[in-house]
Design a protein around this ligand. Structure first.
Ligand code: G6P
Length: 625
């Protein structure tokens, strides 16, 4: 979802901004634009579609030279994805200088502000809330961009990550955030600002993460202008929107450039599917203490008493993370014997939830920036819950707002369709369950078994990946069908939901996931000859019941694809295609059984000719409601 890149320094801004935008493409967008401060004032280019279109436009523009600029990929919220709605948006100060602004988030009171500004004589070219912000900054500008941005943001309700530049201050970049991420990369003689570390890492790993309501003023220019010695000097200052100075620490990004590059793979999703064994290793590293038969989670140690005492868990997330949360619900009730509910964060936050004493809320999120889980977590915490995060992106907003948490440590996930993060989320929820369960009811013997089995998962995942090509062949045999069902019971029901989501997201095939038993209450009417029905059916307590469901589908001519336990030859008598996973205890099955479903979706998308990493209409990180 919307991306920001901005630069002030001693290099040409345009190529650097375009490179940054390309690194943000994975987040999803429908239009793009950039503004560069040239000796003749602001030069602006905006286009609908891919960054490559903008690139061609910029190549044909004369003299877009300048060392200060900002750029944006837009995912339409206010107004259609058109050139005039694309960012940057501009305004004119009373002194006759243009201001350019890029913005992520939503300005909730934009209609009121627009009315006020229209009465003041401002004329709007777009339907966006961002243009309102740009014009407001201009209206309040009195020769100091930082002050004008602060003043404008004091008038704004909503969320924002913004960057702004003004022709009157050709070496100054001002940025600010509230509820939308913004990171400042501190490089030699320059600053790179971005909404996502992926656009910064090729320049520097030294970063400053702004907090909500904070504004940064970044200057880089020739010494005679800044007057503090050396041929080129940089200055940095952070304040609140009320102009109170704040000090921000410089931290190190926790990943390397090659982790966000394709490294020979065809797509990021392809790469990330194959990274899963290592992702599991990294997620488990240092957390399984076989000797003392316990799980070590340093991030929870301060709150271990509250966790053990907890009477109820609420897990809250969206998308794939929600499916991981559903598995967490099963794990916590089944193994730790604590009532647990997983809820869509978007529903939870608005339904006036009752939070009883001793409730723990866990927000699950790959990005740590998704708007709804963040808001749900705040809601739960305000009502007295202990707030825990199960997050991948280190230093992200959810990670910073929780009382305690456990990082997934699966490395950056670029593919829009989440794969390795799901494995990390389920693994972390398993670890949290064992961490608490061990202190409650679980015997050493049971915990020891789980520790041993968890340790084996990375190698088991490697075995599942060996079927990559054969799953592709099986997919080819039914990819022409437009409606699919995914069924499972118990721990395998959320996996069925996730399998259906994967297929929908990237192949645009209509797919539904549901508990296998629910199929008889309506969806069975859909079954006709050749309709693909995927059963997540590894051996376990409900295996026999699932077999009956398989029979029911076969009797109606459906085409059965099954995920089964290695050694289960019998299932091949019932299913048309079988994908195998090694035998593991039921609670750990989703970590393996989802892998064939990811591979299936990947092949289906390729066979249908879709761009797996840039699925239509989707965003990697949904930072607006
Ligand atoms: C978007 C992505 C999904 C992801 C969901 C939650 O919809 O396309 O892949 O599962 O957001 O994202 P999060 O970063 O909170 O896990």
């Amino acid at each position: 979802m919307c991306g920001i890149v901005a630069y002030v320094g001693n290099r040409q801004a345009t190529p650097l901004l375009l490179e940054g935008l390309k690194r943000l493409e994975y987040r999803g967008y429908d239009s793009a634009g950039l503004a560069v401060m040239t000796p003749d004032g602001l030069k602006i280019a905006r286009s609908v579609g891919r960054v490559s279109v903008l690139e061609t436009m910029v190549e044909n523009m004369d003299a877009a030279d300048g060392t200060l600029g900002l750029a944006h990929t837009r995912w339409a919220t206010h107004g259609a994805p058109t050139e005039y709605n694309a960012h940057p948006h501009t305004g004119m100060t009373r002194s006759g200088h243009r201001v350019a602004v890029v913005h992520n988030g939503t300005i909730e009171n934009y209609a009121t502000l627009k009315k006020y500004l229209t009465e003041k004589g401002q004329v709007f070219d777009s339907e966006t809330d961002t243009e309102v912000l740009a014009k407001l900054i201009c209206e309040l500008y009195q020769g100091d961009l930082e002050k004008a941005v602060q003043a404008a943001l004091r008038e704004v309700n909503g969320t924002y990550g913004i960057a702004a530049i003004c022709e009157n201050e050709p070496h100054t970049l001002v940025c600010a955030r509230k509820g939308a991420p913004l990171i400042i990369g501190v490089a030699d003689k320059s600053y790179v600002v971005a909404s996502d570390a992926a656009a910064i890492i090729s320049h520097t790993s030294q970063v400053i993460s702004l907090d909500d309501h904070q504004v940064a003023k970044l200057c880089a220019g020739p010494e005679d202008r800044l007057g503090d010695g050396g041929p080129w000097s940089v200055q940095f200052k952070t304040t609140t929107i009320d102009n109170i100075p704040v000090t921000q620490e410089v931290t190190r990004l926790d990943f390397e450039l090659e982790q966000i590059e394709l490294s020979g793979f065809k797509h990021f999703m392809h790469k990330e599917i194959f990274e899963q064994p290592d992702a599991l290793r990294n997620c488990l590293r240092g957390r399984l203490d076989h000797r003392d038969c316990r799980v070590v989670l340093g991030g929870l140690s301060r709150y271990s008493r509250e966790l053990v005492r907890a009477k109820r868990f609420i897990l809250t997330a969206q998308g794939t993370a929600y499916h991981a949360g559903l598995i967490g619900e099963y794990l916590l009730e089944d193994l730790a014997k604590i009532p647990a509910r997983c809820e869509y964060a978007s529903e939870f936050r608005y339904r006036n939830p009752i939070i009883e004493p001793d409730t723990v809320a866990i927000a699950i999120s790959q990005s740590g920036e998704t708007a709804d889980p963040l808001a749900a977590l705040r809601e739960a915490r305000d009502r007295g819950a202990l707030a825990i995060g199960a997050v991948n992106a280190v230093g992200s907003t959810i990670a910073r707002e929780t009382d305690a948490g456990v990082y997934l440590h699966v490395g950056p996930e670029i593919g829009v369709a989440s794969t390795k993060a799901f494995l990390g989320q389920v693994t972390v929820l398993t670890l949290i369950t064992l961490y608490i369960g061990k202190r409650r009811f679980l015997s050493d013997e049971v915990v020891r078994t789980y520790l041993r089995e968890l340790e084996r998962l990375p190698n088991y995942a490697e075995r599942v990946l060996e079927q990559f090509d054969s799953i592709g062949k099986a997919t080819e045999r039914c990819v022409d069908r437009d409606n699919w069902l995914f069924l499972g019971r118990g721990y395998n029901y959320p996996t069925a939901l996730e399998g259906a989501l994967k297929l929908k997201e990237i192949s645009y095939i209509h797919a539904e996931g549901m508990p296998a038993a629910e199929m008889k209450h309506g969806p069975i009417a859909l079954i006709d000859k050749g309709m693909p029905v995927v059963f997540v059916a590894p051996q376990g307590s409900q295996y026999d019941k699932v077999m009956i469901n398989i029979e029911e589908i076969r009797a109606r001519g459906g085409r059965v694809l099954a995920v089964a336990t290695e050694g289960d030859q019998a299932i091949s008598n019932y299913a048309d295609e079988v994908f195998y996973i090694p035998s593991v205890p039921e609670p750990l099955q989703p970590i393996l059984s989802v892998i064939p479903l990811q591979i299936l979706a990947y092949h289906a998308a390729l066979l249908r000719g879709h761009d797996v990493d840039k699925p239509r209409n989707l965003a990697k990180s949904v930072t607006v409601e």
